[in-house]
Ligand binder design. Structure first.
Ligand code: GDP
Ligand code: MG
Length: 448
């Protein structure tokens, strides 16, 4: 009998072999299956050789390409409905805040602009009020600045002493003592010795004839004699023709500082205000400043200025001015001249030359040779007048600065000695302070 172990061996072996066979078969099958699957997949693409990069075109040739659109921002992770709502609310809130900020900004700007406009309006109002006040002040000053005002100092000097002597309560009787006092007073006044003697003699003869009963009557006699002298010297200011056929040429002469340029400026302004077309000739060519001064007046008065360079021939400037006046149909040419000391022959020679040139420039010109005298010079003014008159045959006088002197009596002396009409008197520095001289008004203003 076989042993049980031996009996077991073939069974075990068979089982092992059997399992091995099964495993082997399974492996083969699995191998085959995977091979077939691999064969059914598409082959991996072979790497293709790189295409040659296109050569960059030159800048000029390259057409402008629109900028490539920017890639969209990385998509945010999807939001929940609540988050979306919150984001929308925040966006709207930011927009509303921006709108409010802009509105406030606009409001602020509008307020600033309004404030500025208000400030400007206030400033304008203030200026206008100032201008009105200034104009009013001027009107009052001008209205008040009569010839009498201009003669205030003269009245306060010589005339007040005369009044004290003849009109006051102290004057009791007419005697030689009173006449001696009167003589002294008249001689010390600026009417000049000759004129003083003449006036006194007139009073004396009336006294002798018994025509003067009291000191007041003596005063009346003096006044009559003075009026006779001033009136007989000639008419006052010339009244220019409305539309003269040719320009009237006025040559203005006088020593330096007498007030020639200022008087020309005032005349130009007054003529301009009446609608006259005026040409100013800057024939004082010695100093550039003289031309500048006249240029300012020309600008103020609307007159046309004709000037030459510094040191230019005054005659040629005067000639050009008359020519220009004819061209533009001006009614007046006012020729400013130099005024260096009249005692220097060259100045007088030069003025004579200017006059000759003006005569050539227009027949009948100069229609007026106006001598400007500074009243504060008193008796010297009379001496000056005589010299200018001898050389140039002056046709009229303008007496300036009466406002600044007690020597207004010089008008009487000049009228008496030179028999020249005083056309204008200056009683201040503004345009309206040049007054047409009226002899009777003058006497009235002097005696009050
Ligand atoms: P010019 O050298 O003869 O031309 O004299 P200006 O015209 O330059 O005048 C000399 C000065 O006198 C200036 O300051 C003027 O303002 C002043 N002046 C002229 N006329 C008058 C006047 O009538 N009254 C006063 N107070 N000053 C005057
Ligand atoms: Mg001058």
């Amino acid at each position: 009998m076989p042993s049980p172990v031996l009996a077991l061996i073939p069974t075990t072996l068979v089982a092992i072999v059997g399992v091995a066979v099964v495993v082997a078969v399974a492996l083969i099958v699995a191998g085959l299956w995977s091979a077939r699957r691999a064969a059914s997949l598409p082959a991996a693409p072979k790497p293709t050789p790189r295409a040659p990069e296109p050569k960059p075109e030159s800048k000029e040739e390259r057409p402008l390409k629109p900028a490539a659109p920017r890639p969209p921002a990385a998509a945010e992770p999807p939001k929940t409905e609540a988050e979306k709502k919150e984001a929308y609310r925040l966006k709207k809130e930011a927009e509303a805040q921006e709108r409010e900020r802009r509105r406030q900004e606009e409001e602020r700007r509008a307020a600033e602009a309004a404030e500025e406009a208000r400030g400007r309006a206030e400033e304008e109002q203030r200026r206008a009020a100032q201008a009105r006040a200034e104009a009013e002040r001027k009107v009052q000053a001008q209205a008040g600045k009569t010839l009498a005002d201009g003669l205030a100092k003269t009245r306060g000097g010589f005339m007040s002493r005369l009044n004290g002597l003849l009109g006051g309560s102290g004057a009791t009787g007419l005697d030689e003592h009173l006449l001696a006092q009167l003589e002294e007073l008249l001689f010390s006044a600026d009417i000049g010795v000759k004129t003083a003697s003449r006036v006194l003699e007139a009073a004396r003869s009336k006294l002798r004839r018994g025509e003067l009963a009291n000191p007041e009557a003596v005063k009346g006699a003096l006044r009559d004699e003075i009026e006779r002298i001033v009136v007989s010297a000639g008419a006052g200011a010339q009244v220019p023709a409305a539309a003269p056929a040719q320009p009237e040429v006025w040559m203005i002469v006088g020593v330096n500082g007498a007030g020639k340029t200022t008087t020309i400026g005032k005349l130009a302004a007054q003529l301009g205000a009446r609608g006259a077309k005026v040409v100013l000739a800057a024939a004082d060519t010695f100093r550039a400043a003289a031309t500048d001064q006249l240029a300012i007046w020309a600008q103020r008065s609307g007159a046309e200025l004709v000037k030459g360079s510094e040191g230019a021939d005054p005659g040629s400037v005067a000639f050009e001015a008359v020519k220009r006046a004819k061209e533009i149909g001006a009614s007046h040419v006012l020729v400013d001249t130099a005024g260096r000391l009249h005692t220097k022959a060259p100045l007088m020679e030069e003025l004579k030359k200017v006059k000759r040139v003006l005569q050539k420039a227009e027949p009948g010109a100069p229609q007026e040779i106006l001598l400007v005298l500074d009243a504060t010079n008193g008796q010297n003014a009379i001496a000056q007048a005589r010299q200018f008159h001898e050389t140039l045959q002056v046709t009229g006088l303008a007496l300036t600065k009466l406002d600044g002197t007690a020597k207004g009596g010089v008008v009487i002396g000049i009228s008496d000695e030179l028999k020249l009409p005083v056309r204008y008197v200056g009683v201040g520095e503004t345009v309206d302070d040049l007054k047409a001289f009226e002899p009777k008004e003058f006497v009235e203003a002097l005696f009050g």
